[in-house]
Design a binder for this molecule. Structure first.
Ligand code: ADP
Length: 227
């Protein structure tokens, strides 16, 4: 890879499809930076900022935060991080956001961009979310499947667990509906640009990672190199 080229990979998929898990693997193994709009908005909510106050009313109901809020947050991020390999986790989610991203990327000719959808059936999505919980200490997401006995967080050693507020059943349904309502237009937008790959999200995290990393290598036209 030429030292002045920077891959930006937009990962999208329904809630529970595995965006967060795959982002963590790409960060650990290929040294990407992880940019999750959801994490950033949750941090704003925790701070009690004006963006956080605005966003929380949408997030608590499982609705998308308006494009103008999210687009501003993403723009600010790119202006600060223009020389990095970046995973965009959960952005774009609407055609309005995809258009904004296209405009933004034009400002940075050193960036090579591809979009990957992690595809998972609605029934698998619901099963995964049901078994999802969070470390109360550092908010890392885990699955009940991975802990048959006592929970110990691999990042902060906490034993305390909690669940994401918006993982409640009725809120999850709204999140899935929001995704389904917007995804076909988003896929059409990227299909016409020839930069979209769809990866089957069922199976182990490791098997999905293999597919995603090979798409990333192939779609960006150069080897990212393994660390
Ligand atoms: P998930 O993808 O599992 O729903 P995230 O943590 O990525 O979880 O997002 C949580 C919430 O943050 C979403 O339900 C939505 O309210 C808000 N959000 C995140 N990304 C976006 C986005 N690109 N556009 C609008 N709202 C967003």
């Amino acid at each position: 890879m030429g030292s002045d080229l920077y891959p930006v990979v937009a990962l999208f998929g329904a809630p529970g499809a595995g965006k967060g898990t795959q982002s963590a693997l790409l960060v650990e193994r290929l040294k990407f930076k992880h940019f999750s709009v959801g994490d950033l908005l949750r941090a704003e909510v925790a701070k009690g900022s004006s963006i956080g106050d605005l966003a929380s009313s949408y997030m608590n109901q499982g609705k998308f935060v308006p494009d103008y809020v999210v687009n501003d947050v993403v723009k600010a991020y790119f202006l600060e991080n223009k020389e990095d390999k970046v995973i965009l986790d959960g952005f774009p989610r609407t055609v309005g956001q995809a258009k904004e991203l296209r405009t933004l990327l034009k400002l940075f000719p050193q960036i090579r961009f591809c979009a990957i959808q992690i595809d998972l059936s609605p029934s698998e999505i619901k099963e995964r979310i049901k078994s999802r919980f969070m470390c109360a200490g550092c908010q890392t997401i885990y699955s009940k499947e991975d802990f048959k006995s006592q929970f110990v967080c691999s990042k902060c050693n906490s034993n305390e667990v909690t669940v994401r507020k918006d993982d409640a059943e009725e809120v999850v349904q709204t999140r899935i509906d929001e995704y389904q309502t917007n995804v076909s237009d988003l896929l059409d937008f990227y299909k016409s640009g020839g930069i979209l790959s769809v990866v089957d999200g069922s199976g182990s995290a490791e098997s999905v990672y293999k597919k995603i990393s090979s798409v990333v290598d192939g779609a960006l036209g150069f080897s990212l190199g393994r660390s």
